[in-house]
Design a protein around this ligand. Structure first.
Ligand code: GDP
Ligand code: MG
Length: 163
């Protein structure tokens, strides 16, 4: 079976934007898998000849912040349990939050390989924002912009190196 790569992180960091960017430009198929809840979306992807399945997590309705956080935990744990490689996505404009730390701690317990990507880094001025994410204790943060497609080549290299 193909390795499974799950994108996790708190709401609004850009998980779906990243998923669509990678899916839209690199993939063969995007499909909603029957029988799977609509908040988990799978795509078959390929990078430098290596195939993997990418999972987006967290497409939920914003009922209340309590429910969002509950959902985030549940979905992140599900994704972590099924993934071969975990992408923790964080927001380089908002900075590190308690929720980021919470998800990082879940990932650390899983002992799975993780790629830490700091999103929304569109210019040199805010590139320094990535350094505080070393405090999550799960490895070297890498700067990306899902929206602008910046840093995605290096990011995908890191993913396929973890298989
Ligand atoms: P999710 O909740 O983690 O899936 O986040 P979304 O993909 O829905 O994105 C949340 C918000 O962040 C949206 O307004 C996006 O347009 C915005 N966003 C996503 N990626 C980027 C990025 O690379 N740069 C900037 N500036 N905004 C982004
Ligand atoms: Mg989303």
């Amino acid at each position: 079976a193909k390795p499974v790569v799950a994108v996790v992180g708190r709401p609004n960091v850009g998980k779906s934007t990243l998923f669509n960017k990678i899916a839209g430009s690199r993939i063969s198929i995007v499909e909603d898998t029957p029988g799977v809840t609509r908040d988990r979306i799978y795509a078959d992807c390929e990078w430098v000849g290596k195939q993997f399945t990418l999972i987006d997590t967290g497409g939920i309705e914003p009922y209340s912040s309590d429910i969002i956080l509950l959902q985030m935990r549940r979905q992140a744990q599900l994704a972590i349990d099924t993934a071969d490689v975990i992408v923790l996505l964080v927001d380089g404009r908002e900075g590190m939050t308690a929720s980021d730390l919470e998800v990082a701690n879940m990932i650390r317990k899983s002992n799975r390989p993780v790629v830490l990507a700091v999103n929304k880094i569109e210019n040199k001025d805010i590139e320094k924002n990535i350094y505080e994410f070393y405090n999550l204790g799960i490895g070297d943060p890498m700067a990306i912009s899902a929206e602008q497609g910046l840093g995605l080549g290096d990011f995908l290299d890191r993913i396929v190196e973890s298989f």
